[in-house]
Design a protein. Structure first.
Length: 100
């Protein structure tokens, strides 16, 4: 028997960067010169706190998508990528990734 036969659903949530206290601390340490990450990482980092907030998801964005997933019983065996979508009305984009 499968987990679904017992009412169990299994999904994977893959959020992109999330703006947490840890990320904020890392960025501030870098901007203030207390930490020197590799240049290839610095090249992709936001340069200001405002830019970071625009680039990264909020923890509540991820939580909201988890709640939607819990309530959508049709989702099972899915891999869901959660990313920032500045063009979208909710500013969050969720994609179902097909694994090969």
């Amino acid at each position: 028997s499968s987990p679904r036969d017992h009412g169990v659903r299994v999904n994977c949530i893959c959020p992109a960067g999330v703006y947490t206290d840890m990320v904020s601390s890392f960025l501030n340490s870098t901007w203030e010169g207390r930490y020197k990450p590799p240049q290839e990482l610095v090249d992709h980092m936001p340069k200001t706190d405002e830019a970071a907030r625009k680039k990264y998801l909020k923890p509540s964005d991820v939580g909201n998508e988890v709640m939607k997933l819990i309530n959508d019983e049709s989702k099972n065996g899915q891999v869901l990528l959660i990313t920032k979508d500045p063009e979208g009305p909710t500013q969050v984009k969720v994609e179902n990734i097909e694994l090969k």
